[in-house]
Design a binder for this molecule. Structure first.
Ligand code: CA
Length: 316
């Protein structure tokens, strides 16, 4: 890393100023050209996963995403729900915030986009108050559980995974949580969250909220009770060696024997119309850490912008 930054500092001031001016010009023209691209009829509400912060490593959890959507004409709100709790508790918190957003904006519905546990959190709101929700979109959503949660909770069937691998995964998960959330230890994480994220806990939740959950690995119903459902996912655990969390995520991926993003199997993320799988790990899905992702693959921010445009064209 020092070498990486050193090269930047060795740039002459002249070249640096020129580069900054060029970037400012590009951003200015992009903002002008794309000013209504993401201008959805209903406000967009972003819902975070288990880390439970509106910022992650000192930055926005959805890194650069609210700004990009706003620049393209969307009204964007970032929800703040419990760091770690059941889908139902987080869902009630989100429902209250949705009602506030509707009161503030005068809108009759919202478009909710949830990452990780943010997906079942959003599904709860759509399930109990479908009239307030235009769409629910799952990004790397834990809709059918996480094998990592199964291992950490010790509910993986005996013999289904080597003990050494299980131990590595549990330790990597603890390190991952510590790194990602500035010292929140695994022990502080409420058991309710982990239980909800296990395969068994997710199946229980899905019995109560089956809307748009597919039977297999394909798409589910796109329209249920007037609410549209969408999902996309990552299937590449290690994408950028400069990202300090790629190591732990790579270890977590050892828990899986199928395509996954390091924390969730691709098939467990499906909800409504499946929009695609991408070369992203669980944190690339929210453009973390600070935009460190597979630079030869699609920009995660672009997927959010394209989806907002999709919702706009549907009149949502
Ligand atoms: Ca990353």
């Amino acid at each position: 890393m020092p070498g990486f930054f050193g090269r930047f500092f060795r740039l002459s001031m002249h070249r640096l100023a020129f580069a900054l001016a060029a970037i400012a010009l590009m951003l200015g023209s992009a903002a002008h050209a794309a000013s209504s691209y993401a201008q959805t009829r209903y406000p967009i509400v972003l819902v975070h996963g288990i880390f439970g912060f509106d910022s992650f490593l000192g930055t926005d959890y959805f890194y650069g995403i609210p700004g990009a959507l706003t620049q393209d004409g969307a009204r964007v709100f970032v929800a703040q729900v419990s760091a770690a709790n059941s889908h139902e508790v987080r869902g009630e918190q989100l429902l209250a915030q949705v009602k506030n957003i509707l009161a503030i904006t005068g809108a009759s519905k919202v478009n909710i986009i949830g990452h990780s546990q943010g997906s079942p959190t959003a599904r709860y709101v759509a399930g109990v108050a479908p009239g307030l929700v235009a769409s629910v979109t799952s990004v790397g959503g834990v809709n059918k559980g996480s094998r990592v949660a199964d291992i950490v909770r010790g509910v993986v069937p005996v013999g289904s995974i080597p003990e050494a691998v299980a131990n590595s995964v549990a330790q990597a998960f603890a390190a991952f949580i510590n790194l990602g959330s500035g010292g929140l230890g695994l022990a502080q994480m409420p058991v309710a969250a982990l239980d909800a994220l296990t395969t068994e806990g997710s199946l229980r939740f899905n019995q109560r909220f089956p809307q748009a959950i597919p039977a297999g690995c394909g798409s589910g119903a796109e329209l249920v009770n007037g609410v549209r459902y969408y999902s996309w996912a990552g299937t590449q655990p290690v994408t950028n060696l400069l990202d300090p969390l790629d190591g732990p995520i790579g270890l977590l991926s050892l828990a899986f024997s199928e395509p996954n993003d390091g924390l969730v199997a691709a098939c467990a993320t499906r909800l409504g119309k499946h929009l695609g799988d991408y070369r992203q790990n669980h944190l690339d899905e929210v453009n973390q850490v600070v935009g460190l992702r597979d630079w030869f693959s699609v920009d995660p921010v672009t997927l959010y912008r394209q989806h907002a445009n999709r919702l706009k064209l549907l009149g949502l």
